[in-house]
Structure formats: structure tokens, C-alpha cells
Design a protein around this ligand. Sequence first.
Ligand code: NDP
Length: 497
Amino acid sequence: MTTHEKLQFIAGERRHGSSDTELTIIDPSTGEPITTGLAAATGDVDAAVAAARAAFPGWSRTTPAERSDIMLRWAEVLRSRSTELTALESRNGGKAIKLADGFDIPGVIDNVTFFATTARNLEGKASGEYSGDHTSSIRREPIGVVGSISPWNYPLQMAAWKILPAVAAGNTIVLKPSELTPLTSLLFAETAKEAGVPDGVVNILTGAGRIAGQALIEHPDVDMVSFTGSTPVGKQVAAAAAGSVKRVHLELGGKAPFVVFDDADIEAAARGAVAGSLINAGQDCTAATRAYVQRPLYENFVRRVAELMDEVKVGPADDTDTDMGSLISLKQRDQVAAMVDRARDSGAKVVRGGRIPKHTPTAGAYYEPTLIVDATQDSEIVQQEIFGPVLVVLPFDTDDEAITLANDTPYGLAASAWTQNVYRAQRATREIQAGCVWVNDHIPIISEMPHGGYKASGFGKDMSTYSFDEYTNVKHVMSDITGEAHKGWHDLIFGRH
Ligand code: NDP
């Protein structure tokens, strides 16, 4: 008989899911199982939401300083368990250990520290006597129980981006991570408890999106839904939440343009394109997926990107020499491969990769770093998210054309412009429709600055103090300061006296 691990974290304790659906969590770089447990059923959703609801009055009335102290301790606990978290994140995601160690886990710890300190700085507008007869002030209040859904690509970071601003602002939360990658989210909730976060403030449900996820979004006692995932599922989430008029925050897909003008440092741009397209095996919503290169640089850029891709070592996630691990699943790998095949069949040229690499475990979900040219702007590979290690390069002639092409997809999450000319850079940052535009770089993020999309990439912000706008209600309090029984505006009712 299989021994089941408890894959739910409800009211401060690990529990078994009450469905009879068995979930096996896989290491996608080997295809080997890591653990098995039972998925959440709707009864578990009810229990988690009830725990969050019960915890809300107490947690929302803690002072900002109390929340801050607990979260600073949480950061300490995470630091003390960072080796364990790093190994688990790498293993569950098939991601190169140097990425988990250098980016995923330190990024999360920095986020915890950031929100611990900003919890004390929740601001409204200054109070004032705007009517002359009243003092107006603004209260920023937590919304209540947040239902959150996160994806598999950066499992812990995506969970942290939802959990941290919510709880720092005094909300409680039920988070459903991707059923492929729940392990570090569960450990995160355990570390919260260890640091003193009260039971029920952070709850984790492991289960299928269409069952546990759907039930969470539609739950009448959930006040707000925050979602990170694909645009098609994001639309379903928004539609489901509309039924009960819940506040919705959506971080969705991306198709970031990478625009290289003819005065750019070509070596910097080529390196940026390779790192920016292959990070996390390309499973990054801000990944550089379509590079537009001004014609005088185009051929040299393609040649240099191909050379640099040849240097990237694809291999097992736990090998410290590995530059790029596996994709998240064989299903995802096959979707990427099929998209590349369709591009090839429709006339695009695969300059590098486009295959499953040799010398990697056959049950692992590996794909070679892939470089594609000669695709058309309206083709699927240029218009749609690939979410794999694939870069498409296209030429352009004029600056106007570059901006038009950069904006010519449904998405608007991130973009970059490569130029040494300050005017070109300014124009690109103004005219490219994306939530983030980098200049002469692509990918870096920081806790202090917001992350979120335009257009079909969603709305609302993760990270930074802007995220408090998602997780707080703004209340106007207006107090009479005259002490008069007869107010001037009463004349609207009583007539003139
Ligand atoms: P999906 O949209 O397939 O899934 C995201 C989450 O939604 C998972 O937890 C999934 O559960 C859940 N889900 C699926 N169907 C439903 C439903 N009907 N109701 C409620 N929840 C549901 O995305 P992926 O997990 O495949 O992640 C990749 C996508 O996420 C990419 O498109 C990427 O661009 C986007 N993303 C966006 C980011 C951003 O900040 N903008 C950051 C990271 C990723 P389960 O899979 O367990 O069934």
C-alpha cells in the first residue's frame, strides 16, 4: 500500500486531502516520483476557507509592528532552512540548482523581509479639511480572506508574491499552488507557523485547478481572488469570480519583445538574449521570446546567439554544472516541441536545437536551447506563448517598425530595448505597452518594484508597495468638526432658515 504524505496545510497543520484522487509529485528531470498524497476535495476547500475566516479578526487587528516582527522572524526561519528549500524547489521543478540557489530562494527571503518592513508603512493620503467643515482621512483596511492560485514555473516565488502582501496588510489567505509543484509552498506555510504566524492565516491546498481551484474562486466566504497563470485560465477565473463580485488580480502570460537597435552593444544584447530566453528553461512569463534586431546587426546577432547557445549545458537539476535543467513535464516539453515543429513546417528555420537532447535521462523533460529565424510576424511561434527554451529572431528596418512589432501581440507583460542612444531608449520605454521595460538588460526583478501586465497579461501588481493596492480596501472617513446641529448642506432638504 502507498504511504501518503499530507499535502494540505489547513489551520496550522498538515492534513491528508479528503478526495480519493492520488497525486504523485514528480521530479521532471528524471521522471522519478518524489512523493504521493491525496488531493484536496471541496470539503478541504471549505475547511481551509473556514480556518482563514476564523483567523481574520485576530490577524487583521494585529498592529503593523506585530506583523512585521513575525515576518522578520519568518525570514530568519527561511534562511535557516534555505538549503532544504533550494534542493526541493530544484527537484520538484527540474530547475538547475544554481537557479534555485541564486534566484528562487534568495528572492523569496528578500520578499519576506521587504514585506515585513513595508507592513509598517501602509499609507493613505494625508488627512485634511477638504470640505472646510470636516476632517477627511483614509483608512487602508485588509479585504478579508484571499483565495489565491499559483503556477508551477517559479513555485515558491509565485506563491510568496501572493501570500506576502496579503498577510502583511492583515488579510488571511488560502493558496492553491499548481498540483505539479506544491512542495515548497507547503514548506513555506510550515516556516510561517514556526515563525509565529497564527494558525489559519496561511493555508495551502494541493489539488486540481478545475476542482479545488474552481471551488476556491467560487467560495462565498472568499473576498478576493488573486491568480497567476495562463491567460486562458485567467479568463475563466475572472468569469467565475464575477458571479460573486469578488475583487480579482490577474498575472497572466507574456510574450516579451527584445528590441535591438543598430547602435546597441551586440555582445551585451546577444548574451542578454540567450540568458533571457533560457532562464528556467524558458518557462518564465517575462522570458525574451522574440528578438527584433535592426538589419545592420541582424546576421552577426544570430551567429553570436547560436554560438552562445552552444555553450549552455543542459543536464540534471541537481548538478551544479548544469546551466539549464528540464521543463516541468513531458506534456510541457511535447507542447514546446510541437510548436517548434509547426514553425518549421510553416517555413521558419531552426538554427539551433529544436530537438530533445541526447545524453539526458529518457524520462526527463529536456529540450535543447532553440534558435529560430525566418518566422513571420503573424505566425504562432511569434504570437503565442511558448514557455520553453526557444528564441525567435526577426529583422526590422526603422524605429517605427520596431515599436509596432514589439506591440503586435495580445500580451504586454515585459519588454526590453537595447541601444546606446538615450532618445531611442526613452521612446521605447514610453511607447512599448508592457508592465516593465528594461533598457540594456532583460529579466532582473526586485522586491521594491512592481511586476504586472498590460493587455492580455492581466492587471494588478505583485511585489512593491503597489501590491498593497490589490490587497487593501481604501475607506474614506469624514468627521464633522463644527459641532453644529444645523449644517449648511441641510438647506438642500430643509429649505432656507
Ligand atoms: P495554468 O493557467 O494552466 O495554471 C495556473 C494555476 O491555475 C494552476 O494552479 C492550475 O491548477 C490552476 N487552474 C487551472 N484551471 C483552473 C480553473 N478552472 N480554476 C481555477 N484554477 C485553475 O498555468 P501554468 O501552471 O501552466 O503556468 C504557466 C502560465 O503561467 C504561463 O502562461 C505563464 O505565463 C503564466 N505565468 C505568469 C506570471 C506572471 O507574473 N504574469 C508568472 C508565472 C507564470 P493545476 O495546474 O494544479 O490544475
